[in-house]
Design a protein. Structure first.
Length: 270
């Protein structure tokens, strides 16, 4: 299917790894111009090379700390000078090393750090990008949330709260921006071998035999530690969510806004 993305201007925050990187590569394969926001120069350079190889009409690495408003404003300003428009904004950044733990184990600093990257980074990126989205002939916003907002676990209270706030923000934006034809949707991954999950698994003791590169092993740890199994009995690979994000953010999606799409391997009755 042609998603109508050839030549489209796309920005992916958190686009150098995990689900953000997978989405960026899908947009690149469709011939879009793809910019990625990230903190690490080496990761940005490697991602830009991969996007070019995948077919991107243009690949633009933009260094930014997504918890710093001035960094985001400067990065989007670069795109304003370079492209003057933006068709797709994907907010895929998420807490990696914070937000994991039960309520009585998470202090104020960790709560604030979790919301800074899990919610406020999207607030700031949308705010900065809105003039460019409004300047385009069509525009989409896709925010990556989490299925845990619907299926709670006491062990990820701060992470889930930040993602729930992002889901609520997305619904509100969809209503506000609908008269302008800007569609806003949320994609919520379930039990995935995300960068955050793999980082968590590397902290586990050797006797847990937790291999972060084995999707069945990742699923086992997610089930044992967070109570989130899936019918497919394996975790999702980030590459499996990239095409979903690309479709939701594409020109082919003409009538879906305010939706929250689960990609969870089947989990409603687990």
């Amino acid at each position: 299917m042609d998603l109508g993305l050839a030549g489209a201007a796309v920005l992916v925050s958190g686009g150098t790894k995990g689900m953000g990187r997978a989405a960026a590569e899908c947009f690149a394969a469709e011939g879009a111009r793809v910019a990625v926001l990230g903190r690490t120069e080496d990761a940005l350079s490697a991602t830009a090379s991969a996007l070019t190889a995948a077919g991107a009409a243009e690949a633009v690495p933009l260094r930014a700390d997504l918890t710093v408003r001035e960094d985001i404003d400067a990065a989007v300003g670069t795109l304003a000078d370079r492209w003057g428009e933006l068709h797709v904004l994907v907010n895929a950044a998420g807490p990696v090393e914070v937000g994991i733990g039960r309520f009585d184990a998470v202090d104020d600093d960790e709560w604030e750090a979790t919301f800074a990257i899990g919610t406020l980074s999207a607030v700031r990126t949308v705010r900065a990008a809105l003039p460019l989205l409004r300047a385009a002939s069509w525009a989409r916003i896709v925010n990556v949330s989490a299925h845990s907002t619907k299926r709670q676990s006491p062990d990820i209270v701060a992470y889930t709260a930040a993602k729930a706030a992002l889901t609520s923000l997305s619904k509100n934006l969809s209503q506000w921006l609908a008269p302008e034809g800007i569609l806003v949707n949320t994609v919520s991954p379930g039990s995935f071998a995300s960068e955050g999950m793999r980082t968590y698994m590397r902290t586990l003791p050797p006797e847990r035999h937790a291999d972060p590169d084995d999707l069945a092993d990742v699923m086992r740890i997610i089930d044992e530690d967070f109570g989130h199994p899936a019918h497919l009995r394996r975790a999702g690979d980030p590459a499996e969510i990239g095409p979903v994000i690309a479709f939701v953010g594409s020109r082919v999606n003409t009538y879906m806004t305010g939706a929250n799409i689960n990609v969870d391997g089947g989990s409603d009755f687990c």
